[in-house]
Design a protein around this ligand. Sequence first.
Ligand code: DI6
Ligand code: FE
Length: 398
Amino acid sequence: MEIGTQTVILGGGVTGAGAFLPQGAVVLDQGVIRWAGAQADLPAEYASWQRSDLQGRLLTPAFIDCHTHIVHGGHRAREFEMRLQGASYEEVARAGGGIISTVTDTRAADEDSLVAQALPRLDALIGEGVSCVEVKSGYGLDVETELRMLRAARRLGQMRPVRIRTSFLGAHAVPAAYKSRADAYIDDLCIPALRAAHAEGLVDAVDGFCEGIAFDTKQIARVFDVARELGLPVKLHAEQLSHIGGTALAARYGAMSVDHVEYATEADARLLAASGTVAVLLPGAFYAIRETQMPPVAAFRAHGVPMALATDCNPGSSPLNSLLLTMNMACTLFRLTPDEALRAVTVNAARALGLNDTGSIAPGMRADLSIWNVETPAELAYRFGFNPLHQRIFGGAI
Ligand code: DI6
Ligand code: FE
């Protein structure tokens, strides 16, 4: 298939253009979507433009993975084995394993090594039609390594045709040297690292891990206050293992997203709806740590909270590298509909990152599109362990 600077794409089906269009057409002009609709309604002015017929294939917005930790050193297969023998994720973390063991491996890796280790993970995502990936820091927990992780993330975006959005996650875990002194860690390292990373243009958003094994709401609020002072949007890992109020805090700060949220309540759902915050569900982590508490999907639906999905690709709780599998898991485990799952990795994922120029098919949006060897949208979530991507279009280019 060829895509010129001015092209009319004739889909089988087209999604992400409001309703599903069984015989859709999308007009691309210099990397931007100019028009989308039913083929029968194609305006006459485009009749003479180059055409590309997808021969019945499905066209969707390119996917967005809005929560990943793909930049990190090493792996935690040993911890996986420990959990198989009965240790819980929290027990491993409290015994000095977990995030802290990845911190050791990440501190030992130079920037080239971090980039080299992340590239196969990024390429696997791109291979499934992903055009935008959020990447967090949070395995440095010192100024130098946090910055190095973010620099590595920015470099990934120069090496591949993909958009990278960075989140500063200095408040991810309390490093060993600050054991039982989380407040001192926030003051001495986390906030200075945030300021330094921001000064270098490395931060698109500020994140935190609000949890019994990490930071409480007061500590996260201090980091969010600095984010606000710097004009940076916030998001939060909240209510993953217990309910300690992270969701309400995030809503108070107008967060772009709250992520995990298995233990969130109906009252939390109301707050999220009021603050326009996206609930990012991470079924890979739910599955890997054998969580049994389901996120309150019915409450999110009832109150109109937009739901996004992401891989949470990380070496501990979610060594998952596929958004297609994530969609299937969200349907099978959380009972999302395939349609919700597709919106969750496109339009709602864009919103979770504060992006308004990608994630849907409408005039003025970037031409970030995926072409699939399937006929219906539901097929994307239905199969697993199979990649039906035909081609990916990034900013109008194949
Ligand atoms: N929640 C998660 O699922 C990851 N971080 C977080 O705050 C886990 C990261 C890890 O186990 O390495
Ligand atoms: Fe995470």
